[in-house]
Write a protein that binds this ligand. Structure first.
Ligand SMILES: *Cc1c(COP(=O)(O)O)cnc(C)c1O
Ligand SMILES: [Zn+2]
Length: 384
């Protein structure tokens, strides 16, 4: 059962009802985050419970938002492997490199985690029509979960998104809308339709529960690492839901008594052609400004402005982490290495994470003996 208590604004802290449809904070229009009754959950959640459970992320159901099991819409998302890097590790001189391989999720990326949680909760709250702006994978994931739940989906994609994504969305029965411009332009169209009451806007961090699905990444890497925090987590960052979710997950794990106060250094990797978080961190800003003329072939990282920017930056700073930008060339090299040295059909975003590990190791930002978890956030095939 879910120990969900309420929602709290990530900026001003204002409390909101969890069992009503919610988007942003009613006072300051910032993201809402889920709060659980951890004292009660503590009586139930143990390492043993989480080690056994069902073979997907719903083993963490006590710390997920869905209250009634019949609303769970699942395709077996989560509980992906944490792979040893082996030959990649040797090549990089980092013997304790681990890769969390999200490519095996339904629809080929970790977007399945967030959509499974958010679609399930929204169905419980009576939503039957969803819309999302997407750089690619979020649209495909929404389309699949909406199909499974018997709901309708409208997916808004920048017109230059790889054609495979639009075909996949349509195959799942979603309506695809191609938009001139970037994901931020697609988002405006979704907001207009949501304001008119036609659809529920399920954009990441504009609704509270996709982050809940993605936080399970944090639960899993710690559990799979023998209940130890890694030293460094390297994450290719677009909207930042994964970083924000994991940072929250680590706090929850500590409150549940599963881990101590230690934390990994969180590292955001972005593409040189769209690096608003890297720039904001370097400039000591609390929020990022819009990246003009965003360009990168790592589609999921082509996010010129993220509504949760202050939450990403907070996690990076509190963890004494870093943010680095990598070139398209470095991404292509890393993609080739992940294929040839690890047998992984890595997405360009996952390749960016590995390129980030390489850059950080070269600068001395990671020591040889440290345990590093790099995220391959998706497979390459959806973009073909
Ligand atoms: C969406 C996406 C990202 C970015 O994830 P955020 O949590 O939004 O920062 C990275 N990689 C892939 C493959 C994606 O689809
Ligand atoms: Zn607020």
């Amino acid at each position: 059962m879910s120990f969900l208590s309420h929602l709290a604004c990530g900026k001003c802290g204002l409390r909101h009802e969890a069992d009503e449809r919610q988007n942003l904070c009613s006072a300051c229009a910032k993201p809402l985050l889920a709060v659980y009754d951890v004292e009660a959950a503590k009586e139930r959640v143990t390492k043993k419970l989480w080690e056994k459970g069902r073979d997907d992320l719903w083993r963490f159901v006590d710390m997920l938002p869905v209250r009634r099991a019949r609303f769970i819409t699942s395709l077996g998302e989560g509980m992906t492997p944490l792979l040893e890097g082996k030959r990649l590790a040797e090549e990089l001189g980092l013997p304790h490199l681990l890769i969390k391989d999200e490519g095996g999720n339904p629809t080929g990326s970790f977007k399945a985690r967030g959509m499974a949680a958010a679609v399930s909760k929204a169905r419980e709250l009576g939503v039957s029509r969803f819309a999302v702006p997407s750089a690619g994978n979020a649209g495909a994931a929404l389309a699949a979960y909406a199909a499974r739940a018997g709901a309708e989906a409208d997916v808004y994609l920048p017109a230059d998104t790889p054609a495979g994504i639009a075909r996949e969305c349509e195959a799942f029965g979603a309506s695809v809308h191609l938009v001139k411009g970037l994901i931020t332009d697609a988002a405006k169209e979704v907001q207009a339709r949501a304001d008119a009451g036609e659809v529920f806007d399920i954009s990441t961090l504009r609704e509270p529960y996709r982050a809940e699905g993605k936080k399970t990444l944090g639960y899993e890497i710690v559990m799979q690492n023998g209940w130890h925090m890694p030293d460094v987590v390297v994450y290719p960052t677009g909207g930042g839901t994964g970083i924000v979710g994991m940072w929250k997950a680590f706090d929850e794990m500590e409150q549940l008594g599963l881990v101590g106060p230690e934390r990994p250094r969180m590292v955001s990797v972005q593409a040189e052609g769209c690096a608003p978080i890297v720039r904001a961190l370097a400039e000591g800003k609390e929020e990022a400004t819009t990246w003009e003329d965003a360009k990168t072939g790592a589609w999921g990282l082509r996010v010129p402005r993220a509504i949760g920017d202050f939450l990403i930056l907070r996690a990076l700073r509190e963890s004494e982490g870093a943010a680095i930008a990598v070139s398209e060339r470095a991404i292509a090299d890393a993609q080739r290495d992940m294929a040839r040295l690890a047998g992984l059909d890595a997405s360009p975003e996952g390749a960016a994470a590995l390129a980030g590990v390489r850059a950080l190791a070269d600068e001395g930002g990671i020591e040889r003996g440290e345990t590093v978890v790099a995220f391959n956030t998706g497979a390459a095939w959806p973009y073909r």
